[in-house]
Write a protein that binds this ligand. Sequence first.
Ligand code: AGP
Length: 599
Amino acid sequence: MCGIFGIVMDREQVLGPVLVESGRRLAYRGYDSVGCATVAADGTIDLRKGVGRIEDVSVQLDFSAMRGIRGITQLRWATFGAPSYANAQPHLDSDGDMVGAHNGNVVNNVQMRELFIREGLTVRGSNDGETCVHAVERHFDRNGGDMLAAIRAAYADLEGDYAFVITHHGDQRLYAIKKGSGLVAGLGDGLSCISSDLPSILPITRRIVRIRDGEIVVLSPNAVELYNVQDGSRIQRPEERYDGPIEVAEKGGYPHFMLKEIHEEPTVAGELLHLLQSSPHVERFLGALTATGDRPAYLVGCGTSYHACLLGAYYFNQVAHRAVVPVLAPQFIEQYGESVGPEDTAVFVSQSGETKDVLNAIKVMRKRGGRVLGVLNVLGSSLMQQSDAYLPLACGYEISVPATKTFVNQCVLFLYLAYRLAGRNTDELQALPGLLAQCLADTDGPAREVANYVGKWSALHYLGYGITHPIALEAALKLKEITYAHCEGMFSSEFKHGPLSAVHDGYPVLFVTAPQDEMMMINHVNEVTTRGGRSIAIAAEHPALRSNVQDYLVVPPSNRFLFPILATLPAQLIAYHMSVGRGIDPDFPRNLSKTLTVD
Ligand code: AGP
């Protein structure tokens, strides 16, 4: 949620293209508004910002032409203050001497703004990024112009978790601070830069410095200096070299990243299975999962990652005969935070590795002395750094806001671990990439037809039974997320306990049905069809089930455990085609952000 980028050069030049490209690489963090600010060698600040996405706003306001010796870009996901020009970032201070931008939440924003107004500062909007700038301004004016001291004093005033970047027009440096939100710095020849995330830095330099909470960063063309915000002391940290791939956010001929990422699922599943065979962390995971004795381990996540945890629990139970507890991250704190202890293990699952709800839960687990395992896609993320052992999802960057390939690989990873715990031959899983590819080819056409039909409805249901219940929840989330229709995912046998009253002529209900559950599901199908509803099956070929439904998306034959993973694909495709059919860009659904670093 929100992305910031800043750069300091050794001489004035056209900075627009690098600011736009960095912003483009952070667009997944927020796209309610975007802005760039540059400071020329003579101290003139050029600030351009507007509501909308970077591709549009950057052209309208000609960001590419911006010149300067220092520059800042901000991508906003609105929390305090509706998307508007006044709330778009970066922000100026009262007299236009400073410019800055933030990521995160300043929770005492309202009180701080009231204070600024009483003190006579010029408050233009209601956004907490502006609050960060004024918080520095007021101490800067009082302490005779010491930026470092002003930022330290502002830190004491600002409550919440955030990171911000700021510069004064008369100072050759850029300043940043990290408190809870991600921040990484880069060092190049005659430049240094700072960003919420690595992808916007890697095209510029591979020399990086990771920033920790409570650190102030001072960036000049040839140095990245760190200071402790509490006592102002200098922190020495050697730079690292990052040799991982620079993923280029290109659609590769697909109309949307979402479709591209769905089509990558067979490949990334194969790569993950290959990696797991040789990962030293697998043994540590298995050891930690079994070290809890009779106590179950926890699988903790949010949103789509939580749905993978739900499926993981079925896998551990049905394949390895081991109970694990799937739980939403904030729920983990409330339900188990007082009872977990050193003998417990929790696996925290997060694509981004930066989800605040997950990091909050880790804090509780750490405080209680329990083991922290991580499953993540973004290497170097906070989750990776805070885990005793981690397993990567190996998906490459997932750009599209709806999680697709990372969900598939989370499920593959849990199935692999369950097989290993059960002592079952993991070679059986090698069929998965081929089956996923076949499933994509077989179900894309039928998924389009189903999307045409369900696209006319503003509400629908997805039902799953047992091992497919998590897929029904995930399918419903995906559909809601990118089509704006209401869709509820449920355990199919629960439907008759109330929601069945939603069914009337043609009402769409999709049944995700695993091998062996077909006869049970036929009961639930008929409860819908006899009341005029339209039943749509996602299942392997099964004549009896076929004769009871109106539409059938045929998933290739497989075993019961591979089925939920395969069935995910047609569900993702239905959501995708319905979204496009409604004229929505599935990559950037309204109101959302790929990385949620707020409470
Ligand atoms: C999935 O399509 C969503 N965008 C969302 O539910 C996401 O899975 C959730 O915010 C958790 O993110 P994480 O995996 O990065 O922690």
